[in-house]
Design a protein around this ligand. Sequence first.
Ligand code: HEM
Length: 562
Amino acid sequence: MSISMSIAGLLARARLLNRDLAPGEPLAETVIRPLAALPEAAAEPEPYATENGSPTDRLWELARDATRLRAQPGATEGLIEATAALQHLACLFAEDADALAARIAELADIQADLETRIDGALDGPYLVTNATKITNWLGEPIQTFPQMALCRCGQSATKPLCDGSHARHGFSGAKDPDRVPDRQDTHEGVQVTVLDNRGICAHSGLCTDRLSTVFRQGEEPFVAPSGGRSDEIIRAVRACPSGALHYAIDGLKGPDPVREPKIEVSKDGPYRISGGIPLDGDDSREHYSLCRCGHSRNKPFCSGMHYYVGFVDPPLSDEPTLFEWAGGLPALTRMTHIFYDKYVPQDDLLAPLFARMSPDHPERVAAWLAETFGGPKLYTEQYGGYDHMIAEHAGKSLTEQWRARWAQLIGRAADDAGLPTDPEFRAAFAGYIEWGSRIAVENSQPGATPPPHMPVPQWWWVCEARPGSRVSALSPAADQTQIRLPAPDEPVRFTDHIRPLFREMDRKSMSFAFDLWSHSDVTEHADAILDRLRGGKMPCDGAWPAEHIDLFARWIAEGTPS
Ligand code: HEM
């Protein structure tokens, strides 16, 4: 079977299948389009025997055959893109978790000889081959398939997977000729020299947040190595996700971290690659950040444009957990690393206590916090759960002095790591730190008998004070200043007094049901609206002041005049 014949065959089968798979045409954009664009697609398709099976069985067979072709040397981008979509779709139709695992294992087996790598398709997605670890911005694993196509244009409705949007939107993978030049600048310090390539900086802000005296936002030169200790500089450089920063001592470039291959889909930002996954065949980078919004000036690398074009992932759920609000495992790990790598070693009180801690202690404490704050059960599943944590504190005779310093410095690390600073989050966070650290002291006393085999505690917003549960005094006041209350003897009118009570965001969020700026709609639903206003359920970001609710009730009582 020649490749060209087989691509024509795959295309013919995909076209037939597309008709039979309900609903819509699920293969049109992601399978048929890339295959049809290949020159081999014009060949006469070979006859194929099993067109009569069920559509889902045929889909699975097509995915396997595409994978076999893809695994041959010389597979083209179009074939790889189509294979990725077929693998994903076929696995979606697996009956249960066991069947899914079996399908993925079979596909992985077919393409086992291919190296793990990422390739940027021409004006198309990132083709990710044999990567087994992809996490979302919370640090939670995403289901991987042996062949994947990740969105690169920023428009896919199935992010991070490609849905073919790049072709519809005419995405271009070209670099901007006016981009910051790809050039390494050398900033010599007394002990450590910082090497900086502004051209590939993704502007994640991890260095400026961590060590603003060395990495100086808005100043020239950006790097001032004399502003910090060498260990601080090295730690900040190592935290750089884009690979823009490196360091050298005595002319020798510092080693890259040794990590397992991993792709992180960062929040509202780039893909962060670590562990040396080759990009377009180049394996010289241990880590780099790839554009995910489609607007980078230095494609495929991120140049920070996501921030300027307002690229955002779908909002958190209405009721985010503390874990989600904190920024997930990456944010908590960033914080514990800053705490144990920076603050603890330089603190006279705490340094001796943690001198012999295990090297992965920051990851362990981050996993505990993640689980406590409503995230995945990482500490229970990977580190021994509650009983192990209790055993770690047992017999340490921790003092109040130690505890107070611990609590003080972890708060500072939370600031440095960029954890949210809103009153609701910090109240809950500080509440847990106080609670947990005092229990740690109790449990560590001689003869203490903490209850055994308990679950990891679950912490929540304090007194249900959640993000958006009140209107901030710092939020734009425009909406509020337009509201004019009528005098007691003045008739209440919809246009003058009621409509201005509803903000544009209220109107948008109710537009699925009716129009809050329409007199007839609000009249029709007046009683239901009043009920919700009185119950504090509307608007969803904070209750109206009583005088506005009274005004609305008065308007109803006066017969809802226009
Ligand atoms: C909310 C407060 C706290 C939390 C969530 C916490 C969390 C943890 C966890 C999860 C471990 C076990 C790590 C592992 O799996 O090996 C641990 C160990 C330990 N904790 Fe805490 N802790 C807290 C407060 C404190 C305080 C206040 C101190 C003392 C100032 C302290 C000192 C220690 C020490 C010395 C260890 C053993 C470290 C080692 O040698 O590996 N902890 N903590």
